[in-house]
Design a binder for this molecule. Structure first.
Ligand code: NAD
Ligand code: UDP
Length: 314
C-alpha cells in the first residue's frame, strides 16, 4: 500500500460509518472508530474486531477526545428524523459541540477533517435540482431544525476553522443514502418500506406520496467520501448523491413489486417541514472528484431487500 493513514471515524458503528470503516481497512489504513451507540450497533462492526488495525471506543463526541491521527471523518449524528428528533438539544450539541471538538483535535494534530453534512441544509428547496451555491430554505424553529440548523452551523465551523486556523477541512453534503446495515427500525423510508413489504405489513406513506427524494446506494457514497478525503486543494461543500429522482409513491410501488408483497399502502400525516422535492446537481463532484454513482435504484434495492430478508429470517 502507498501510505497507511491513521483514521478516526466518528459514528463508525452507524450505517454509513461501518461501511466506511470496512473500506478503510480494506485499503490498509488503521481505523479508530468512536461511537456512543445511540443509533449505531456493535453488530455493524463486530466482523472487523479481529483486525489488529481496527479499534473501537465508546465515546460521545460532545466531550473532548484526543488521539494522534491523520484523517478524521466526522459522521457522528443520528440521521433519521425519528432519532434526531428524539432529543433535539442533544442533536444540536452533537453537531455543534461535537464538530467543535473534532475540529480542535484536527487543529492540534494537523489532521485533515471531513464533515458529513446533508442535503437538509437546503431545507425545502426552491432551487431544483440543488446546486452547492444555493443557500437553502430552512425553517430555523421547526421540528427538523435541530438537524438542519445543526448541520448548517457545523458547516460554518468547518469553514471558519479553515479560514481562521488553517485547518484542512472538507464538507460533503450527503443526499438520502440506503443499503445493507440500515436499522430495521431506523424510520427512514427505504428501510421502513422494505421491512413492511417483507413482513406483509401495510406500507406507510406520509402525505400523498408525491414528495420526491433521490436515493444513493451506500457503496457509491463510500466511494465519493474517500475520493473527497484524498483530494488535494478542494474543501467543498460538494453534493454527494444519486440524481435519479423518485416520488415516495413510486418507491413504494417498486418495493412492492420487487418483494412480490401483498402488503397494502396506507396514508399517514405528512411530518412538519417535510421537503417536497430533493435532487442533487452533481456536476461539481463529477468535475472535481471524477465521481458519479454506478448503482441504479433497482440494483441497490435488490441488494438491500436481500439483506433485510436474511436479517428477518436469522
Ligand atoms: P446512523 O444513525 O446510522 O449513524 C450515526 C452514528 O453516529 C451512530 O452510530 C450513532 O450511534 C453515532 N452517534 C450519534 N451521536 C453521537 C455522539 N454524540 N457521539 C458519538 N457517536 C454518536 O446514520 P448514518 O445514516 O450512518 O449517517 C451518518 C452521517 O451521515 C450523519 O452525520 C448523518 O447526518 C449524515 N447523513 C446521512 C444521510 C443518509 O441518508 N444516511 C444523509 C445525509 C447525511
Ligand atoms: N416517509 C414515508 N413513509 C415512511 C418513512 C418516510 O412516506 O415510512 C417519507 C417522509 O415523509 C419523506 C420521505 O419519505 O417525505 C423520506 O423520508 P426519510 O425519513 O427517509 O428521509 P428525509 O425526510 O430525511 O429525506
Amino acid at each position: 500500500m502507498k501510505q497507511r493513514k491513521r483514521v478516526l471515524v466518528t459514528g463508525g458503528a452507524g450505517f454509513i460509518g461501518s461501511h466506511l470503516c470496512e473500506k478503510l481497512l480494506d485499503e490498509g489504513h488503521e481505523v479508530l472508530c468512536l461511537d456512543n451507540f445511540f443509533t449505531g450497533s456493535k453488530d455493524n462492526i463486530n466482523h472487523l474486531r479481529s483486525n489488529p488495525f481496527f479499534e473501537i471506543i465508546r465515546h460521545d463526541i460532545t466531550h473532548q477526545f484526543f488521539a494522534e491521527v491523520d484523517w478524521v471523518f466526522n459522521l457522528a449524528c443520528p440521521a433519521s428524523p425519528i432519532h434526531y428528533q428524539y432529543n433535539p438539544i442533544k442533536t444540536l450539541k452533537t453537531n455543534i459541540m461535537g464538530t467543535l471538538n473534532m475540529l480542535g483535535l484536527a487543529k492540534r494534530v494537523k489532521a485533515r477533517i471531513l464533515h458529513a453534512s446533508t442535503s437538509e441544509v437546503y431545507g425545502d428547496p426552491k432551487m431544483h435540482p440543488q446546486k452547492e451555491e444555493y443557500w437553502g430554505n430552512v425553517n430555523p424553529i421547526g421540528p427538523r431544525s435541530c438537524y438542519d440548523e445543526g448541520k448548517r452551523a457545523a458547516e460554518t465551523l468547518m469553514m471558519d476553522y479553515k479560514r481562521e486556523q488553517n485547518v484542512d477541512s472538507k464538507i460533503i453534503r450527503i443526499f438520502n443514502t440506503y443499503g445493507p446495515k440500515m436499522r430495521a427500525d431506523d424510520g427512514r423510508v427505504v428501510s421502513n418500506f422494505i421491512v413492511q413489504a417483507l413482513k406483509g405489513e401495510d406500507l406507510t406513506i406520509y402525505g400523498d406520496g408525491t414528495q420526491t427524494r433521490s436515493f444513493c446506494y451506500i457503496d457509491d457514497l463510500v466511494d465519493v467520501t474517500l475520493r473527497m478525503m484524498k483530494k488535494e486543494n478542494f474543501a467543498g461543500p460538494v453534493n454527494t448523491g444519486n440524481p435519479g429522482e423518485f416520488t415516495i409513491m413510486e418507491l413504494a410501488d417498486k418495493i412492492l413489486e420487487m418483494t412480490n408483497s401483498k402488503s397494502k399502502i396506507v396514508y399517514g400525516e405528512l411530518p412538519g417541514d417535510d421537503p417536497t422535492q430533493r435532487k442533487p446537481d452533481i456536476s461539481l463532484a463529477k468535475e472535481k472528484l471524477g465521481w458519479e454513482p454506478k448503482t441504479n435504484l433497482e440494483d441497490g434495492l435488490k441488494l438491500t431487500i436481500q439483506y433485510f430478508d436474511n436479517w428477518l429470517s436469522a
